[in-house]
Write a protein that binds this ligand. Structure first.
Ligand SMILES: Cc1cc2nc3c(=O)[nH]c(=O)nc-3n(C[C@H](O)[C@H](O)[C@H](O)COP(=O)(O)OP(=O)(O)OC[C@H]3O[C@@H](n4cnc5c(N)ncnc54)[C@H](O)[C@@H]3O)c2cc1C
Length: 511
């Protein structure tokens, strides 16, 4: 049987994969492509997570695609609305027909002789495997395992008589009404989950080892509220989006350069939201600087309101052991519980766990350098989508999709069939891929590519800076080795002067 071949194979139908497909259609209309998705639905994260209150914690004006504006003034949206938005975008731009569900890419082997990837795919529903090939592999597989969340070893957990649930595996039939609930963790998931749980629970206790920074933002963007009434979406959306890009960067920059001031400001805002005399030093004073770890955002202060209403309490302590009826703590206190929610994080995973090899040599992703945060040194014709951690993910993933399209167009123009990032600068030293100190990040970093100490092996956590660089620099960067297989067809177009990313402008503005 002949093996199916596409020019580009996109892996994953989450917000990045659908965005990449839309960009490919728009900017490289001649390319054939398919999207393979291990699950049975579009949306990735926004379809998988079903815990009460699941929502974005970055604003929808920057989490949405620039080519399909988020309508309305709601800045923070619930998971279902985000999933619907991704699905509707796929339908509206006709990329939904290219998705093959229940197909997991397990391995991809690059052959330089043929300038193509041979891709092994497993049908998740039947277990059968088959192969297809592609000229370019685009991994839009997110950054964590879907089949497992992170749960530390808790002594005595097996003797606990109540229910233990990880938020990643929350299902609609879990009933928490009237229960005494302990949520272990203080990250974004715990902070999101607790106020909605508290609405029907007898009481919710957030048990944290150490506090996080929590700030309240309006659920409805005040500027958007005015602009969407006064202006058509095509004018209002870029303005609100631009404002939010700059605001997120300003908060991040200020946190990095003036951490003491930002700490003081957050403390002052927390104090205003919490009941008088609340022990902020114990429960809301992190031991790290702002943005050393992800900051938690709460819409309209819902988390603080639940504390003020007495429905939620915060305990900062360490677990000694689970008991039959709850959790014993190092301080000697005990928490009685009917249900424990382990909001203890994700298990990070690069490139969707796909085994890569190049001309018969296995690739150890942890030993590669990340070219502009999107390609791996020594690995031809392959990119991965990784958004920002300090701003909306989509700002980064959409920029990556545009960069990939620019590289593909450049290759077509000059008749190249292979593009391989190579570290030629001996001065480049490795830097951790994700610039966060959280435990779940540090635990996994040896499996992720390294950033380099200097350009182009370093991607700044700044959308505006990266977008500017993309528009100005030529595609034929000295760190990219372009070549042509002897068997390849001649170039489609006559080569002109080298092009920059900006030459791949689309009709749709990308603010
Ligand atoms: C609870 C939670 C809340 C978040 N909130 C925000 C937020 O407010 N703002 C923000 O910017 N970011 C947020 N994030 C980060 C979030 O993951 C990104 O915003 C974004 O959804 C990532 O999209 P993605 O398409 O890159 O990856 P995913 O959403 O993870 O989608 C990846 C897709 O690839 C598929 N896949 C993976 N491996 C394979 C394989 N080998 N073969 C085939 N298919 C595969 C998966 O099944 C999945 O459908 C949040 C993350 C979580 C977990």
């Amino acid at each position: 049987m002949t093996r199916e071949h596409v020019d580009v194979l996109i892996v994953g139908a989450g917000i990045s994969g659908i965005g990449a497909a839309c960009r490919l259609r728009e900017r490289c209309p001649g390319k054939t492509f398919a999207i393979v998705e291990a699950r049975g639905a579009i949306g990735g994260t926004w379809d998988l997570f079903r815990f009460p209150g699941i929502r974005s914690d970055s604003d929808m004006f920057t989490l949405s695609y620039p080519f399909r504006p988020w309508k309305g003034a709601q800045a923070i949206a619930d998971g279902r609305s985000i999933r619907n938005y991704i699905e509707e975008t796929a339908g509206a731009l006709g990329v939904d027909e290219r998705i093959r569900f229940h197909q997991r890419v397990v391995a991809a082997e690059w052959s330089s002789a043929d300038s193509r990837w041979n891709v092994q795919i497993e049908r998740v529903d039947t277990g059968e495997t088959f192969e297809m090939s592609c000229g370019f592999l685009f991994s839009c597989t997110g950054y964590y395992r879907y089949d497992e969340g992170h749960t530390p070893e808790f002594e005595g957990i097996e003797r606990f008589g109540g229910e233990v649930v990880h938020p990643q595996f929350w299902t609609d039939d879990i009933d928490h009404s009237g229960k005494r609930i302990v949520v272990i963790g203080s990250g974004a998931t715990a902070i999101t989950l607790i106020p909605p749980l508290a609405e029907r629970a007898a009481h919710v206790t957030m048990l944290q080892r150490s506090p996080s920074y929590i700030i309240s933002l309006p659920a409805v963007d005040p500027l958007a509220r005015v602009l969407v009434r006064a202006l058509p979406t095509r004018f209002a959306y870029p303005l609100v989006r631009g404002k939010n890009v700059l605001l997120a960067l300003a908060i991040y920059g200020l946190s990095r350069h003036r951490p003491a001031e930002v700490r003081r400001l957050i403390r002052m805002l927390n104090r205003r939201r919490l009941p008088p005399g609340y022990d902020i030093d114990t429960h809301f004073k992190p031991s790290y600087e702002p943005w050393d770890q992800r900051m938690c955002i709460v819409p309209d202060g819902d988390f603080f309101d639940s504390i003020s209403a007495g429905r939620v309490s915060v305990v900062t302590d360490r677990i000694t052991t689970f008991t039959e009826t709850g959790i014993a703590l190092e301080s000697g206190a005990a928490l009685e519980a009917d249900m424990v929610v382990t909001a203890t994080g994700l298990e990070l995973l690069p490139i969707g766990g796909i085994r890569l090899s190049v001309d018969g040599e296995d690739v150890d992703v942890g030993q590669t350098f990340a070219y502009r945060g999107m390609m791996l040194s020594g690995v031809p014709n392959m990119a991965y989508s990784f958004g920002y951690t300090n701003q909306s993910w989509t700002l980064g993933s959409d920029l990556t999709a545009r960069e990939v399209c620019a590289i593909l167009s450049h290759m077509d123009r000059y008749g190249h069939t292979q593009c391989t990032p190579r570290v030629r600068d001996p001065e480049v030293t490795p830097v951790q891929f994700i610039d966060l100190s959280s435990g779940y990040v540090r635990r996994a970093m040896d499996r992720f590519p390294k950033q380099g100490s200097r350009d182009p092996w370093r991607r700044e956590q700044s959308y505006t800076q990266n977008r500017r660089a993309f528009r100005r620099r030529p595609i034929d960067d000295p760190a990219l080795a372009f070549s042509r297989a002897a068997s390849a067809a001649p170039p489609r177009r006559r080569p002109g002067p080298p092009r920059s990313g900006r030459d791949d402008r689309s009709a749709v503005p990308s603010p």
